[in-house]
Design a protein around this ligand. Structure first.
Ligand code: COA
Length: 476
């Protein structure tokens, strides 16, 4: 009997020793990494695209609305994050009902900015709503918001409170302006384009400032914010703590207008010779002028008419007279003597005559469609860009093939086209799933993500925190 006990004790010690040896080996190998000096795990041998998505496991409390914030969280969702969109009961993101084209269905404005997300409705101003929000804060990795300045604090979700509830949480915000005189202002796309330097440098010299069709204020800032979030997640791996990430729309637009701040400083050294106003002998003032369709780089460019321009508003091509291909340009337009004529042979000699040169090139482009110009020029490495209409882009087979333009089916609106993830990762392939209906995932989030009991769920639901106020309450 005693021997039996002894043996048992011996095998227990052996097992413990084995276990601790295993632990040591594990630690040692973690320290050494995978043997190549790095601390990364061993390379997966799963087929490309089958090793999960880039941001798998990351949970986002998506408190965004309209365009800037939703652009950011949609990107994160495409990279595999679980994006839980919190919306106001009964109303949801205001864009659901803006620019409606199919009666009773979510607008394209909403659906095209909220793919691959889940939706939960929560009244943040209701105590039971705050209970749900606090549970989300404790569970999620990142809170993303683009409310007007102060709105999150007014809800009671200050940085201090969030940080106390979950020190690992990253709080990412889009605001119109950074700290300064305009920090309290509400801001939309075109306000940002104007305040960030885009409008003053866009358009023709003789005309007023212009905003651009590209949503550089909203979607541009959303993109910036996504990079900030991913960087903060990366840093958290080292520090173990979250941080605030702020992208002001003015800053985002200015970042995209960097070349114009470059030109502002170059003005001190003399006129901007690549701007066509230089060739036209129009003096420069104290600030960067609007440059029409001049190229932003050192290679002169302009938009030229192509065959059919009289009736087709997009029968144009962007033509760049890049210096290294000046010879082929002269040949293709039928001016071979310009290759050696000192009046045309060098970029410096051409600068004062750019307008006339582009007129001559246009005589040639007008004899061809924009696609024929594209083909002829690219064959000899002359950079040109056809002005593609949205209709042409929507119908372009190569964009469908790459998933940049995708057809999505939606239960209430039917099939529609959208822009898929423009960033392609070879081991994290994005699929585009339709946007959620308002509150579609409320139950599963309460149960599966937040692990509330059936009793708690009933209590929260009965409180009215997740549903639209009844009509009489609204009127009161
Ligand atoms: N439950 C209860 N209340 C909610 C809620 C919810 N789930 N979600 C939002 N709200 C409330 C907010 O608490 C806020 O209330 P308060 O002002 O009483 O504190 C209110 O909704 C409105 O939020 P706000 O952000 O001010 O919306 P808005 O429609 O008046 O302004 C913007 C819209 C876009 C101008 C503004 O949000 C903004 O400037 N955002 C930052 C810049 C930005 O992203 N602009 C581009 C948008 S594409």
């Amino acid at each position: 009997m005693a021997k039996k006990k002894q043996n048992k004790a011996k095998s227990k010690v052996k097992a413990a020793a084995k276990k601790s040896a295993r632990k040591v080996t594990k630690l040692a190998s973690a320290k050494k990494g995978n043997g190549n000096g790095s601390h990364l795990p061993k390379a997966s041998n799963k087929p490309w695209g089958k090793a999960g998505k880039a941001l798998e496991g990351v949970k986002i409390l998506d408190f965004t609305h309209v365009q800037s914030g939703p652009t950011c969280t949609q990107l994160l969702a495409w990279f595999g994050a679980d994006v839980i969109k919190v919306e106001r009961p009964g109303v949801g993101d205001i864009t659901r009902g803006q620019l409606v084209d199919v009666k009773g269905a979510d607008s394209l404005y909403f659906t095209m900015l909220n793919h691959n997300k889940r939706s939960i409705t929560v009244d943040s101003k209701h105590p039971q709503g705050m209970r749900v929000l606090e549970a989300l804060v404790k569970t999620c990795d990142v809170l993303v918001e683009n409310f007007a300045p102060g709105a999150l604090d007014r809800m009671g979700l200050t940085w201090e409170r969030i940080n106390k509830l979950n020190p690992r949480m990253i709080v990412a915000s889009v605001k119109g302006f950074g700290p300064g005189p305009y920090e309290d202002c509400k801001v939309y796309e075109n306000v940002a384009q104007c305040a960030g330097g885009a409008a003053s440098t866009t358009g023709f010299r003789e005309g007023p400032p212009l905003v651009t069709g590209a949503q550089i204020g909203d979607s541009g800032t959303g993109l910036h914010l996504a990079l900030g979030i991913v960087s903060a997640l990366f840093q958290r791996n080292r520090t173990g703590r979250g941080q605030k990430v702020l992208c002001a729309m003015q800053d985002g637009v200015l970042n995209l207008c960097r070349v114009k701040l470059r030109d502002q400083q170059r003005l001190k050294a003399g006129p901007l010779t690549e701007y066509s106003q230089y060739g036209e002998n129009v003096p420069f003032g104290p600030t960067v002028p609007r440059a029409g369709n001049d190229s932003g780089g050192g290679q002169p460019g302009w938009i030229l008419k192509c065959k059919g321009w009289e009736t087709d508003p997009d029968a144009y091509i962007y033509f760049i007279t890049q210096a290294p291909v000046w010879g082929p340009i002269c040949d293709i337009i039928g001016e071979p003597t310009w290759k050696t004529d000192p009046e045309y042979a060098t970029p410096r000699a051409r600068l004062p005559k750019l307008k006339a040169i582009f007129r001559r090139i246009e005589d040639w482009t007008m004899t061809k469609t924009k696609f024929e110009v594209m083909e002829a020029c690219n064959a000899v490495d002359i950079p040109v860009g056809p002005i593609l209409s949205m209709k042409e882009i929507a119908e372009e087979p190569s964009l469908r093939k790459t998933g940049t333009v995708v057809e999505v089916d939606h239960p209430t609106r039917g099939k529609y086209l959208t822009v898929g993830n423009p960033i392609k990762l070879s081991d994290s392939i994005s699929d585009v799933r339709r946007s959620p209906l308002l509150g579609e995932h409320t139950d599963e989030i309460l149960k599966d993500v937040l692990k509330f009991s059936a009793k708690d769920i009933a209590e929260i639901k009965n409180s009215g925190a997740l549903s639209a106020p009844k009509k009489e309450e609204k009127a009161a």
